[in-house]
Design a binder for this molecule. Structure first.
Ligand SMILES: [Zn+2]
Length: 126
């Protein structure tokens, strides 16, 4: 009789623990699903923005960018910041800097090391 009561208490205890664990699983699943939904919404929004921007870029430049982006782990263009390519983090040497300085403002210039498109700004150090 005593063993039976003990076993029933154990069953009750384990049933409560199971319910507690299942509640945690349900909560985590709901949070995951909400986060996934938010990411889907953001991806859709960013995708639409990209389409608008891509439509304004010459086709050959966009093709080069997409090719580089695929080859270089998702980064096809990098900022030239303080004489350093933000893509590969290497500083351009003086010859490379002079070539970038001499290039027309609308010319496509690329990093000699990683070949990414370099984006020139007022912070490029030119
Ligand atoms: Zn680079």
């Amino acid at each position: 009789m005593e063993r039976r009561e003990s076993a029933q208490e154990r069953v009750s205890e384990l049933t409560d623990r199971l319910a507690s664990v299942q509640a945690k699983i349900d909560d985590a699943t709901a949070r995951r699903d909400q986060a996934a939904g938010e990411l889907d919404t953001e991806a859709s929004s960013v995708g639409k923005e990209r389409e608008v921007v891509a439509a304004s870029i010459p086709a050959d430049l966009l093709k080069l960018y997409d090719k580089l982006r695929e080859k270089e782990g998702g980064v096809g263009a990098a900022k030239l910041f303080q004489r350093r390519c933000e893509g590969c983090r290497l500083e351009l040497n003086i010859t490379e800097l002079n070539e970038v300085r001499a290039a027309a403002p609308d010319a496509v210039v690329r990093c000699e090391n990683c070949r990414r498109i370099l984006v020139r700004t007022s912070e490029s150090g030119l």
